[in-house]
Design a protein around this ligand. Sequence first.
Ligand code: FAD
Ligand code: SF4
Length: 512
Amino acid sequence: MSTKTLRLILGDQLNSQHSWYSKQSPDITYLMVEAHSESEYVTHHIQKIVAYFMSMRAFAKELQENGHQVIYLSLDDPDNKKSIPANIKWLVENNRFTAFEYQLPDEYRLDQELNQIKKDLKIPISTVDSEHFLTSREELAIFFKGKKSYLMESFYRSMRRKYDLLMINKEPEGGKWNFDHENRHGWKEDFNAANPLLFDKDVSEIIKMLEKENIASIGNIDKKHFPWPVNRKESLQLLAYFLQNHLHAFGTYQDMMDTRSAYLNHSRLSFSINVKMLHPLEVVQKTIDYWRANQNTISISQVEGFIRQIVGWREYMRGVYWAKMPEYAQLNYFEHTRKLPDWFWNGNTKMNCLSNTINSSLDNAYAHHIQRLMITGNFALLAGIDPTELDFWYLGIYIDAIEWVEITNTRGMSQFADGGLVGTKPYVSTSNYIDKMSNYCKTCHYSKTKREGDKACPFNSLYWNFYQVNRDKLEKNPRIGFVYTTLDKMKESNRTALILQAEKYLENLNSL
Ligand code: FAD
Ligand code: SF4
């Protein structure tokens, strides 16, 4: 008897270059499911749900056009059993499949669900790699075995060597591994950023279906002009556009924030890469090739800065996730318990930096790294927000949010909830940093220079209060000794006034 195999493709496994598709077979059927359970485990941004379903539909169509057999269960298909495991069981039982195969999922939750299916189905089950990442799930844990903190920089250098990226013989090209000092300029009135490439699709039909199926969502959408890439062709187009228009200034303005531009010179490629329409190595190699052909106009600092994000930070976060889950999702080093202020969900705050970042996130399902880290993340850490509430928010609002990369960035890098595994010190600041990197303070209701009294910028007192309250946990950290020296040099009355101001703000977070 010949085998009849069912192969599952998850919504973030849209990798048309996977070896699965190198040959067609009448004995293999691919299954793709628009699952209610996946749309509802957190409240997602409407653009995120639409981007997933549009991309999955395009991928299924492409497979069919290439001669593969596909069962595609849309959300409103009467045969859809609403969850991935329920659909698999039903299909296996009713279609006499004799084998089931899946690509290793990126999320712990789905990994557990699929492991459970292994126990429930009475047919042979096998897994294959997703052929997407540059490292295996276990590689980072092995790399850092026995170490208390996982230094990204040493991992990044090993990746550069392993894949021979920007290397000359065994030395880093340009004589340095890291060009951070030449990048990350402060705010500039006449900054240089080309318009973003926004696609322009009508997604009314999908929206109608989501409304009919009562799928809850957050955020805004222009259903006649959907801007995100939803197939490989568009993703490649976005990459080419980035290289031609933004790479030359990527590093320079990487950390800048400006009310006039939501994207500056950022690539907006995270969704395409995370759902695997683009392979990280192809992005990096195309970037290096483009730079080599245009070295007269693009400096190596821009290119190295970009590559570090992808082969460094991105791979590293995935490694931390698989080394530390499921415990990682419970870590709360500072034991923070405060609720997320209501204005995180509607942008309705008088703090201009937060209002701009949150409203832009609600409008675009996007904020760039420094907005996520040094505006929303910074505030949440200073205000002692429960990291679980925050994970729920970050996981829902951003188009690129998938737990393996969201939680390590949020709990780890942004909230220091892992006690310093990912970051060597908490990413917090007063208004000084925000004012240096943005034009937010210029038109804010609050005064960036005031620390106490009416209209004092909340970041200022909350910053000193955070260090005062967490002295026992942070004082011995060699990277922040200077903070405590400054705090201890303050006049007692000034310190008390700052703490009182912070406490007043903390009691009234919703009205800030
Ligand atoms: P660019 O600035 O153009 O960077 C290029 C690429 O580098 C990105 O597309 C991404 O693939 C990669 N990259 C850059 N920084 C990181 C990083 N720290 N970790 C992993 N990859 C990185 N990124 C996600 O993909 N999903 C998330 O859910 C997510 N949540 C975050 C939450 C917080 C609190 C913070 C501080 C960061 C988070 N990031 C997340 C990382 C980063 O902010 C986004 O990858 C980036 O903003 C995506 O926009 P872009 O494609 O324009 O990136
Ligand atoms: Fe943000 Fe404070 Fe600046 Fe206002 S003054 S934009 S609250 S940092």
